[in-house]
Write a protein that binds this ligand. Structure first.
Ligand SMILES: [Zn+2]
Length: 645
């Protein structure tokens, strides 16, 4: 899905999302009932009636049973009435099944025992008025718009809430059908466009036409979509980097037909660039298509929603087209197993934008684009938490777009260009021989750990510290810089003291250098009189460095003093701060607020060598971020604590 263009807009729509998504529920922990089966196939057959804003029809779902169950649980929103349900086991015949439909769950009674390996099919007949999106594509629902002719222009988007807002499904990102059939009946003269291949259309003789589509690959449920309008079709053939010819099909409103034709060069160049850096377009077996949508955009597989104005922005991008197209690799070919891994979709799609800016306008513009994506360094959640999350929670709290892109930017610096760009292709196509398999067979569902493991395999590098700090920790790492008389000591400071090995680019008296970091520390011959700029290009996603000037060289402090992360953190209202001293020292430990004002002195006395634990009570303080700073002899270290009430 696209992100909003400006900070202000982002904040406004984030607030809108919070209100409109109050009953959003795609994903989250998978219930045992739904973990007990694996979806093989869906067949969706619907009549779309724009005049009454209703839909009716059936959904057939075929699953493999993994654990014995007596109830098959699907998700379907409450506005719908279920008319009847049929059940079939293996090669049996369909019989009428009992069911209940309550609180968004459709529970179908299984009339005979089923066990692991049985194939079960259910067919659900239903009708109703699907919810209308208040703010497509961010608010899920149907869009009942009209084109210039006054005829209906219909769309649907549902990433946050899942496809159960319009058809019964297992609404969890970890399970996709292997293929899917789609039939949509709409009033003449509307054309109904969908994912996959167009198998044909049947004029029903009653002023309606049924459009049949088939998706030959796995697909995540929120990507299944329809567009209905009085479309005109623009067709192109495209020579893929794989050597194949890919059918391009673009459905556009008549009033924008010329705009689309004139813009074709932009679309083709953006497509070509993504193939060059990510490998072949992954769904060549079905098609590449977009449909003119009554909302901005969405990454619907093989039929992306395009609701932009056929122009490029100041960076040279048709941002909507490019971002949604990038999702064909990042989101559709490679799909996050849980919404907590959604950086794989949005972080990579956003970073692809940056790479295209570099391709069009050079590395300086690339850096500017990344600086514009930089977020403040205070976060409550990591980029990729280890727990299962719903879509709305992940999109609201993880900042997967800009934070994800910033981590990719840092990873590029960490690995070097050749290794990083090789990794991008391998993330899409894990084996170099896979580059010939662009028919969707490599669709796969992955976790952040899968991405890390593949990255380690491809690069030959140990990436645990990098992934732990940048994906699993809420706070950005802090670089402590201790400037001695003739040498400067650099230490990485992160939660749990992970020995981060990201080297530091520095500019010393105008000359660029790299400080090598081993086990989280490094030393350089930089004196106090040298003009030092840390990370001048802003390659590394880190908090503002803490710079200390010592009266003498201070290399010993790396081993002699250690300030630990407070535990628990976040805390309410008690937490423990511990630190170790190599020798007796006069110690000052103080807590500061974000503005740097001293809140409370915790220690101010001479202390013995060894480990010390100090309890901190935040009961009189407001929720928020605080810093605690240790001064012990010449050592100064600072860490961040989060009070959440
Ligand atoms: Zn997106």
């Amino acid at each position: 899905m696209i992100k909003q263009k400006t900070w202000q807009y982002l904040l406004i729509t984030t607030l809108l999302m919070i209100t409109t998504l109050s009953n959003a529920n795609s994903g989250g922990p998978l219930s045992p009932e739904q973990a007990a089966y694996d979806v093989n196939f869906y067949d969706l057959d619907l009549t779309i009636n724009p005049s009454s804003k209703t839909i009716h029809g059936s959904l057939l779902c075929r699953v493999t049973i993994l654990n014995p169950i007596d109830t098959l649980v699907l998700d379907l929103e409450n506005p719908f009435t279920v008319d009847s349900v049929l059940f079939k086991k293996d090669n049996g015949i369909f019989t009428i099944a009992t069911y209940s439909h309550f609180a968004g769950k459709l529970k179908i009674g299984i009339p005979e025992p089923v066990t692991s390996g049985n194939i079960v099919a259910v067919k659900i007949y239903y009708h109703g008025a699907p919810r209308i999106s208040p703010n497509p594509p961010w608010g899920s629902g149907f869009v009942w718009d009209s084109s210039l002719s006054g005829r209906p222009w219909v769309g649907v988007a549902c990433e946050f809430d899942g496809a159960d807002i319009w058809w019964p499904c297992k609404d969890h990102p970890s399970d996709e059908p292997d293929s899917m059939s789609l039939s949509f009946t709409v009033p003449n003269p509307l054309i109904c466009v969908s994912n996959g291949k167009h198998l044909g259309s049947i004029d029903n003789g009653d002023n309606t036409t049924t459009f049949n589509w088939f998706i030959s690959t796995p697909i995540n449920n929120y990507n299944v979509s329809i567009y209905a309008a009085e479309y005109l079709l623009i067709e192109e053939t495209y020579q893929s980097v794989s050597g194949e010819t890919i059918p391009f099909k673009f459905w556009v409103l008549p009033e924008n037909y010329d705009d689309a034709l004139n813009h074709m060069d932009v679309f083709l160049k953006e497509f070509n660039f993504l193939e060059e850096i990510c490998g072949p377009f992954p769904f060549a077996g079905d098609k590449h298509g977009w449909a003119h949508a009554p909302y901005w955009g969405m990454e619907h597989q093989t039929i992306i929603a395009y609701g932009h104005d056929f122009t490029v922005n100041n960076w040279g991008l048709d941002y909507i087209h490019y971002h949604e197209l990038a999702h064909e690799w990042w989101g559709n070919l490679v799909t996050a197993k849980d919404w907590s891994d959604v950086w794989i979709h949005e972080g990579l799609a956003t970073y692809m934008e940056t790479l295209y800016v570099e391709h069009l306008s050079g590395i300086e513009r690339y850096h500017q684009y990344m600086i514009n994506r930089r977020l403040p360094d205070s976060h409550v959640y990591p980029l990729a938490p280890r727990e299962a999350l719903t879509a709305d929670h992940a999109f609201r709290n993880l900042w997967p777009y800009n934070r994800g892109a910033s981590v990719m930017h840092t990873l590029r610096y960490h690995l070097g260009d050749e290794t990083f760009f090789n990794l991008l292709k391998r993330w899409a196509y894990p084996d170099s021989t896979d580059l010939d398999n662009s028919d969707g067979r490599l669709c796969r569902i992955v976790t952040t750990d899968d991405m890390k493991n593949l990255a380690e395999e491809v690069t030959g590098r140990e990436l645990d510290p990098f992934f732990e700090v940048f994906f699993r920790q809420a706070a950005y790492p802090v670089l402590n810089v201790n400037k001695g008389k003739s040498q400067t000591v650099f230490t990485w400071d992160s939660e749990n003291n992970i020995p981060l090995d990201v080297n530091i680019p520095v500019r010393v008296n105008g000359e660029d250098q790299i400080v090598e970091m081993n086990d989280g520390a490094g030393i350089a011959d930089i004196s106090q009189s040298d003009v030092l700029i840390i990370d001048p290009k802003k390659w590394i996603l880190m908090a503002d460095p803490v710079i200390i000037t010592s009266t003498e060289d201070d290399i010993s402090t790396i081993a002699d003093y250690r300030l630990e992360q407070n535990y628990p953190n976040p805390f309410n209202p008690f937490t423990t701060i511990s630190f170790s001293l190599a020798k007796p020292e006069f110690v000052s430990l103080k807590v500061y607020d974000l503005s740097g004002s001293e809140i409370v002195p915790l220690v101010n006395e001479k202390m013995t060598a060894g480990i010390h634990e100090i309890n901190f009570n935040g009961s009189n303080l407001a929720s928020g971020i605080y810093y605690y700073r240790l001064h012990a002899g010449k050592c100064r270290q600072t860490k961040k604590a989060i009070l959440m009430k």
